[in-house]
Design a protein around this ligand. Structure first.
Ligand code: PLP
Length: 604
């Protein structure tokens, strides 16, 4: 198939290489015109499918590592842009048809020897204002359906509200929001003040950043709707971890040699990124843990052990994942404390008035999820936190399902603790974060003892490091912390505001489709929702629906989602739970809806 005949316009002619910018642009335009053809891009154009959106000049974004340099660092000219100086930092991966191809990388700048992603607002602004050549449209496969549905849902405003209408970087304000009010995370003010935030992302380019999305299951194109369980990793994260092991691997903090310095720098730089990502006051407030579960256990074993006693009360909501129930139960049993539960209404939203009644002078801690993994409900954590503080209680927010969907600022929330898992925000497994207010962390005892967390040890006595080292005993998951930093770079490059807008459209589209299928009962219909469309189908076990979807290559979770109390509140033991990320499309939702509709029509 000879379709692509790019004009060489970036000086690549001298090298005899194809012009990647032109190819990327043409590929993007080509696949935008072919519904459902996003996957083909990874097969036809493997060399041009990875990294950032194609509109940025590859010459400024291509990194090829110079393996011959003394320190194995990429060669960086005065411009700060790594140059092509040898082999790629990432291994070639097998491509369709058995060919393998090296991959271009899209990074700008350098940090501790490792090139960092270009997230600068200038760069985003250049994309958003169409200054770059070939500004891409919001090339969403299925955007016509999306517009039609949004037109029905928002008849008065749809002409300007659909994401597809924002092509070309116009700063059109969306007419719909995830939620309104104090905790509105679609914050219009910064978006209006900074037109770059209005920059749409190119869905085809985004999908090509995630190699696993090109997988096939029994010959069918994989559809990944199990994002609430875990998210997939962009190539930049995979490459960053490889780079760590190839060029930086060492234990941190202790040894005095070059690799120890590189590893320490990479690890601490990731901590800084996480602090910025969460809006923390300082990186000393960021503790690396294995994930949200370990984070909640850390708070239970430190804050809980020190500040919660017999007769004290811990409040959780009915929405909680087991990870935010069991550690408090264990603590309550040990200490003689009492657990109280905020009820939810029939839509799955927490009842603030009932919550107010639970608060009293014995309340020591309120531990709530920001987004429910089973229902998708976004809880009013601003109000919950303020009300808890009014009675002197501390607040832990479980952000496991929140950070990949909405902008979080722990200082604006005034959270005392905030936890999440890296693997749910496009980062590696086995790494997560506890944010804690510095003044509070300094009052807490360690929870595990060992190396790294001590200042001085004798057989009689140990002095501990301040936070965060005090809570990071032993060798941590260094490489994955660094990989999580790369995931944060990636998410910031797309922009959480863009992600929120697009995912909201996906959720509306899926919800609308599900509602039209006889026998479907949605579980969780709160006005404020993110990403999750839990449902049951009359006369089918949830496992049967999950299997029928899997037979078509569509991955959803069916089961109790580690949140049995909230499902039982709705009279069910299990649901089918498609959950969306910004790399999903309306075409994929159509495939999913077709299976559910077929099952509904062929009722047993
Ligand atoms: N909290 C919520 C809301 C979750 O959805 C999950 C996982 O699904 C967790 C906590 C636990 O996360 P992890 O298993 O990564 O520790």
């Amino acid at each position: 198939m000879t379709i692509l005949t790019p004009t060489n316009n970036t000086g690549a002619a001298n090298s005899g290489l194809p012009d990647e910018a032109a190819l990327n642009r043409m590929a993007s335009e080509f696949f935008a015109l072919v519904p459902g053809a996003a996957q083909a891009a990874t097969q036809f154009l493997p060399s041009f499918s990875q990294g950032n959106t194609p509109e940025a000049p590859p010459s400024a974004r291509t990194l090829v590592h110079d393996s011959s340099s003394a320190q194995s660092k990429p060669s960086v000219p005065a411009s700060g842009v790594p140059q092509n100086a040898g082999s790629s930092i990432a291994p070639s991966r097998p491509q369709a048809g058995g060919a393998s191809s090296s991959t271009p990388y899209y990074f700008v700048g350098q940090e501790h020897g490792y090139p960092i992603a270009d997230n600068s607002l200038d760069s985003l602004a250049a994309q958003g204002t169409g200054k770059q050549s070939g500004a891409s449209a919001f090339n969403v496969p299925g955007q016509e359906q999306l517009q039609r549905i949004l037109g029905e849902l928002y008849p008065a405003t749809s002409a300007t509200s659909a994401p597809a209408q924002q092509a070309g970087g116009s700063a059109t304000q969306p007419a719909y929001y995830f939620q309104q009010g104090e905790q509105d995370y679609w914050d219009q003010a910064p978006r209006a003040a900074n037109p770059s935030l209005a920059a749409p992302f190119d869905i085809n380019a985004v999908r090509r950043d995630f190699p696993i999305l090109a997988e096939r299951v029994d010959g069918k194109q994989l559809v990944w709707f199990d994002n609430a369980a875990t998210t997939h990793k962009p190539k930049s994260v995979i490459d960053r971890i490889s780079y760590f092991y190839e060029h930086e691997n060492s234990n941190i903090h202790r040894a005095a040699h070059e690799l120890a310095a590189r590893a320490s720098d990479a690890y601490e730089s990731a901590r800084k990124k996480l602090a910025k990502f969460l809006g923390a006051a300082s990186e000393q407030e960021i503790i690396f843990v294995r994930g949200a579960t370990e984070g909640i256990n850390l708070v239970a074993q430190t804050f809980g052990k020190k500040f919660i006693g017999a007769g004290d009360e811990i409040i959780v909501s009915h929405l909680e994942h087991h990870a935010n129930i069991v550690p408090w139960q264990q603590l309550a049993v040990e200490k003689g404390a009492v657990i109280r539960v905020i009820p939810v209404d029939d839509s799955g939203q927490v009842l603030l008035d009932e919550y107010r009644k639970l608060l009293n002078s014995k309340t020591r801690l309120v531990a709530v999820t920001q987004v429910s993994n089973a229902l998708g409900t976004i809880a009013p954590v601003h109000e919950i936190t303020a009300l808890a503080h009014a009675v002197g209680a501390r607040v832990l927010i479980d952000g496991a399902q929140a950070v990949s969907h909405l902008r979080v600022n722990v200082q604006a929330l005034d959270a005392d603790f905030y936890v999440f898992s890296g693997h749910k925000v496009f980062g590696p497994t086995g790494i997560g974060v506890v944010y804690g207010k510095k003044a509070l962390l300094e009052q807490l005892p360690p929870w595990q003892g060992g190396g790294n967390m001590i200042a001085d040890v004798t057989f009689e006595h140990t002095r501990y490091q301040p936070a965060p080292a005090r809570f990071e005993a032993g060798t941590g998951n260094i490489a994955d912390a660094v990989g999580l930093g790369a995931a944060i770079d990636y998410v910031e490059r797309i922009g959480l505001e863009n992600i929120a807008l697009y995912e909201h459209a996906l959720l509306e589209y899926a919800t609308h489709g599900l509602k039209s299928i006889p026998g479907v009962r949605l579980i969780g219909t709160a006005h404020e929702k993110a990403s999750v469309a839990s449902f049951v189908l009359a006369r089918y076990e949830t496992a049967e629906v999950g299997k029928a979807l899997n037979d078509e290559g569509i991955a959803v979770r069916s089961g109790h989602h580690c949140a049995q109390p909230i499902l039982r509140r709705f009279g069910v033991e299990a649901t089918v739970r498609p959950s969306f990320a910004f790399y999903n499309t309306c075409e994929e939702i159509d495939r999913f809806l077709a299976v559910v509709r077929r099952l509904a029509n062929n009722r047993k």
